[in-house]
Design a protein around this ligand. Structure first.
Ligand SMILES: *Cc1c(COP(=O)(O)O)cnc(C)c1O
Length: 403
C-alpha cells in the first residue's frame, strides 16, 4: 500500500525567531509521515538506492547518512537544536559530558601543548587531565577561576587551550568570560567553557567570545535525571576536528537519548526559570538563619561577583551551597534530617538533591587541596529542583533544627 502525501510544507520557517521558539522547533526535519513530535531512528546503518549512490555518499559528494557512528537523524536534530540555542555554527553530540571534554581536548591538542584549567572544575575532568591526558604529553596547569591576572601569568609559549567551568561547583565562583576570551585570543589560545550549570537558557559563552562550549546533557538539558549524554559546539572550523575524532573513536550519542534531550530542551527555559526562582528564595532565607555561617549563591548581593553574574548570565542558576555552624558532624546531621530532598551528588534534576562535598565529590582530594579549593567540612551543597518551595524550606528547616 502506498499513501500519497501532499508535497507541501512540513518543517517550520525559523528565520529570525527567538530562543524559546528555537528550543521547541530547531533541528526538526519531518519525514514524509508528517509526525508532529520528533521521530526516533534506531538504526545502525542506512541503505542506498544504487552502488553509485553508496559510493557518492561514502565519498561525501552527496549528503546523507552512512552509519550511525557518523550521523543519525535524531541525533542530528538534537545537534542542530543545541547549535541554534548556543549560537554555534555547529554542534556534535557525545555519549556523556566526559566524552565531550575528551573529544574536545583530543581533537584540538597534541603532545607538547599546554592547557590551563580552572581549579574548581568537575572531579572527573581533573582525573581526565591528570591520569590520562598527561600520559600523552599534554601539559596542564590549574588557575583560580576568577583571577584574570593569574590567567595571564600562567601562559606559556605553548599554551593552546583554556578550559573553564563558570559558574563553578559548588561555590558559584565566576570568571568574566569576555575578558578571559580576549586574554586567550591575544596570546593565540582558544577558550573552552563547560556551560553545564547555566545551559544556554542562562548563559551563551560563544556570544561572549569563547571559542567552544560543551555540556553534560545529563544535567539540565535532560533535566529529569533519565539519561547520559553530552555535546560540544562552536565554529565549524574547530568542530570539524571534534567531529572527526568522535566518528573515529565512537563515543557518540544514542538516538533514544538524543530524543530525550530534544524533549528536555523544549522545556529548558521554563525549568531554568523555576529552578532559579526557588534557588533565590532559599538562598535569601538561608542567609537569615542563625545556624548558617555563609551562603554561596551569585544571586545574593553579598556574593562578591553578583554584578558580574547579573551582566554575564540571565539567571543565577540552581546550586546553593552553604556552611553550617559546626563541622562535618553538624553538616551530616543537617543532611540526614531532610525527608523530601534526595541525598545524592547529582544535579540538574526536577528532584532537589543535597550533598556533603568534602566527603563525596571532593573526598579524594587531600585536606590541603580541599582547603585550597575552599571546600570546608561544614559545607553543604543543594541543587534546587522543582518541588514546592514551602516543602523545600520545611525540609531545610528540619536540617537546621538538627544542628
Ligand atoms: C556532570 C558534569 C560533567 C560530566 O558529565 P557526564 O555526563 O557525567 O559525563 C562535566 N562537567 C560538569 C560541570 C558536570 O556537572
Amino acid at each position: 500500500m502506498t499513501i500519497e502525501w501532499d508535497a507541501g510544507r512540513l518543517d517550520s520557517d525559523l528565520d529570525g525567531v527567538g530562543f524559546d521558539t528555537l528550543a521547541v522547533r530547531a533541528g526538526q526535519h519531518r519525514s514524509p509521515e508528517g509526525e508532529h513530535s520528533e521521530a526516533i531512528y534506531p538504526t545502525s546503518s542506512y541503505v542506498f538506492r544504487t552502488a553509485a549512490d553508496a559510493a557518492a555518499r561514502f565519498a561525501g559528494e552527496v549528503p546523507g547518512n552512512v552509519y550511525s557512528r557518523y550521523t543519525n537523524p535524531t541525533v542530528r536534530a538534537f545537534e542542530e537544536r543545541i547549535a541554534a540555542l548556543e549560537g554555534a555554527e555547529q554542534a556534535v553530540a557525545t555519549s556523556s559530558g566526559m566524552s565531550a571534554i575528551l573529544a574536545m581536548v583530543m581533537s584540538l591538542c597534541s603532545s607538547g601543548d599546554h592547557v590551563l584549567v580552572s581549579r574548581s572544575v568537575f572531579g572527573s575532568t581533573i582525573s581526565l587531565f591528570e591520569k590520562y591526558l598527561k600520559r600523552f604529553g599534554v601539559q596542564v596547569d590549574y588557575v583560580p577561576l576568577a583571577d584574570l591576572h593569574a590567567w595571564s601569568a600562567a601562559f606559556k609559549p605553548n599554551t593552546k587551550l583554556l578550559f573553564v567551568e563558570s559558574p563553578s561547583n559548588p561555590l558559584a565562583e565566576l570568571v568574566d568570560i569576555a575578558a578571559l576570551a580576549e586574554i586567550a585570543h591575544t596570546k593565540g589560545a582558544l577558550l573552552a567553557v563547560d556551560n553545564c550549570f547555566c545551559t544556554p537558557a542562562l548563559q551563551q559563552p560563544l556570544k561572549l567570545g569563547a571559542d567552544i562550549v560543551m555540556h553534560s546533557a545529563t544535567k539540565y538539558i535532560d533535566g529529569q535525571g533519565r539519561s547520559m549524554g553530552g555535546v560540544v559546539a562552536g565554529k565549524a572550523e574547530l568542530m570539524k576536528e571534534v567531529v572527526g575524532f568522535l566518528r573515529t573513536a565512537g563515543p557518540t550519542l544514542s538516538p533514544f537519548n538524543a530524543w530525550i534531550f530534544l524533549k528536555g530542551l523544549e522545556t529548558l527555559r521554563v525549568r531554568m526559570q523555576a529552578h532559579c526562582a526557588s534557588s533565590q528564595l532559599l538562598a535569601e532565607w538561608l542567609e537569615q538563619q542563625p545556624g548558617i555561617e555563609h551562603v554561596y549563591y551569585s544571586g545574593l548581593p553579598s556574593h562578591p561577583q553578583h554584578e558580574l553574574a547579573k551582566r554575564q548570565q540571565s539567571g543565577f542558576g540552581a546550586v546553593v551551597s552553604f556552611e553550617v555552624k559546626g563541622g562535618k558532624d553538624a553538616a551530616w546531621r543537617f543532611i540526614d534530617a531532610t525527608r523530601v530532598i534526595s541525598i545524592t551528588t547529582n544535579l540538574g534534576d526536577t528532584k532537589t538533591t543535597i550533598a556533603h562535598p568534602a566527603t563525596t565529590s571532593h573526598g579524594r582530594l587531600t585536606p590541603a587541596e580541599r582547603a585550597s579549593a575552599g571546600i570546608r567540612d561544614n559545607l553543604i551543597r543543594v541543587a534546587v529542583g522543582l518541588e514546592d518551595i514551602v516543602d523545600l524550606k520545611a525540609d531545610l528547616a528540619r536540617g537546621l533544627a538538627a544542628l
